[in-house]
Design a protein around this ligand. Structure first.
Ligand code: GDP
Length: 302
């Protein structure tokens, strides 16, 4: 696991710095508040959260009177933390719930290209490093390359991959993986699914079926939605579609290394009412970090 703050500071810093510079202006006139609003919107914070924050900042700056740089930094840090949320359960639940005699099961969903398979591989690595035995399920049976990619990750991190015939039934691959994981006494099964969004109905049917079939063997412990942080509003539209099909329990925001638009954390949490639990910070095996609001806000404010 990489240190979140160190890896984020370069790409995210501009948001906090920009806000601090604007808040430090001698005259906080309407134009300045508009610039503050634009800065937040440009960073993908989203309209409603931006308006909330600006309103609170206005009030607090008014009460503050004199504005020292330290005061402003502390104030901004506090408000951004409130916005990001410090009281959500950000644990990735991979332990079996209840008295079910089978591994913990996590479903990984999202549009193709967002980083689903890479995230599944990275997460497997974290779990294996934690002493867990992990089985990977290649439930994207439509792209042979996707199953190959997952299997490569499996070999790399020390996890067995269960796959089916090309074009086969994704739900049966998921079912088999859980069955084999149970027989082998594995701790966790991670199911990598397909995400062809252009066939929305097909996707709904398929994902819903994967979940139902797995649930015959016990509850799914975590449903992670993988979102590409660089896709902005598009990502939010995708998120909504997936949330209609399955109950998302956590969000993984990938490619946060390649964008200064960290505000998407706030927007997507608000949209789905689900916490960001993990962030992707690069293509490498170790480039996955738990999402820590304090470290994230520190990286923003610099
Ligand atoms: P999938 O189709 O959703 O399974 O997506 P992949 O896992 O194949 O990832 C698509 C591309 O995004 C690959 O080139 C990955 O290496 C890259 N990728 C995934 N996660 C990250 C990340 O956190 N940062 C960066 N920079 N690239 C990533």
């Amino acid at each position: 696991l990489v240190r979140l703050r160190a890896r984020l500071s370069r790409s995210q810093n501009s948001l906090g710095k920009g806000l601090l510079t604007l808040l430090s202006r001698e005259h906080l006139d309407e134009d300045t508040w508009e610039e503050i609003e634009d800065t937040l919107l440009t960073a993908d914070v989203g309209v409603a959260p931006t308006q909330d924050l600006v309103e609170r900042l206005r009030e607090r700056v008014r009460v503050l009177g004199t504005r020292t740089p330290q005061d402003l930094r502390a104030l901004l840090r506090e408000e951004l933390l409130t916005l990001v949320g410090t009281d959500m359960d950000r644990t990735v639940h991979t332990e079996t719930r209840g008295a079910v005699d089978r591994p913990g099961v996590a479903l990984v969903v999202g549009v193709n290209g967002t980083g689903k398979t890479t995230t599944t591989g990275k997460l497997a690595r974290v779990l294996v490093a934690d002493g867990k035995s992990v089985v990977l399920a290649a439930a994207d049976t439509f792209r042979a390359a996707a199953a190959d990619q997952l299997e490569t990750w499996g070999k790399r991190v020390g996890a067995r991959t269960v796959r089916g015939p090309e074009g086969g039934d994704p739900a049966s691959v998921a079912f088999d993986a859980v069955k084999q994981g149970t027989e082998a006494g594995a701790d966790v099964v991670l199911i990598d699914t397909a995400g062809r969004l252009h066939t929305k109905t097909g996707l709904m049917d398929e994902l819903g079926k994967v979940k139902r079939v797995v649930e015959k063997q016990g509850p799914v412990d975590e449903v992670l939605l993988v979102l590409d942080a660089t896709t902005g509003q598009n990502g939010l539209v995708q998120a909504r579609v997936f949330a209609e099909v399955v109950d998302i329990t956590g969000i993984v925001l990938t490619k946060l290394d390649g964008t200064a638009k960290g505000g998407i954390v706030v927007a997507v949490q608000r949209e789905l009412g689900v916490p960001v639990k993990l962030v992707g910070l690069g293509e490498g095996a170790d480039d996955l970090a738990p999402f820590e609001p304090e470290a994230f806000v520190d990286a923003l404010v610099g």
